[in-house]
Design a protein. Structure first.
Length: 179
């Protein structure tokens, strides 16, 4: 005896067959467990994301995507979209006075952070957005000038935040010795 299946029954059967096929093939396309996308750099407390590089100049450190090309002494790096970052170490007589002097030079700047350890200001001129980031360690200061093209690949909030968060001091001797 032949059973007749109506249109609704055919749709249900086709739908169930699709679900069974999807469940059956689910394990075939499964990927192996992913490697961590971020690792903590030993001795620095910096989280470095996959596809990023950590650069050192004098006592300062900063991270940029691997597509950025540093100069020979790693005081400067340029991104493929023309964005750039430069860093230097300064000695200051007084961190509070230094911050006040920088703030007076950047009167129209947006303040991202002003704390006992860091100053981060943002200005813009034409198609470029400049970020001035300074990190203090006593009377030593790592100063960073980050310039990104507004709307460019490097101008994402995440990229700028990661670069800014990476600016700081490196230990006198690094990497740490294995003990």
């Amino acid at each position: 005896m032949k059973r007749r299946v109506g249109l609704a029954g055919q749709r249900l059967s086709a739908g169930l067959a699709g679900v069974v096929l999807a469940v059956a093939t689910c394990g075939l396309d499964a990927q192996p467990p992913e490697r961590p996308q971020e690792v903590e750099v030993p001795g620095l407390g910096v989280m470095l994301r996959a596809g990023w590089q950590l650069l050192f100049h004098e006592r300062c450190r900063f991270a940029v995507p691997t597509s950025w090309r540093p100069d020979a002494d790693e005081a400067f790096a340029r991104g493929p979209d023309g964005s750039s970052v430069s860093i230097q170490t300064l000695r200051v007589a007084n961190w509070s006075a230094y911050k006040a002097g920088v703030r007076s030079a950047y009167v129209r700047a947006k303040v991202h952070e002003e704390s006992s350890r860091r100053l981060w200001l943002e200005t813009s001129e034409g198609p470029w957005v400049q970020h001035y980031i300074a990190a203090a360690d006593g009377l030593s200061v790592c100063t960073c000038s980050l310039e990104v093209r507004a709307g460019g690949a490097s101008a994402t909030k995440e990229t700028i935040q990661r670069i800014a968060d990476s600016i700081g001091f490196a230990p006198e001797s690094w990497p740490p010795e294995d003990r």
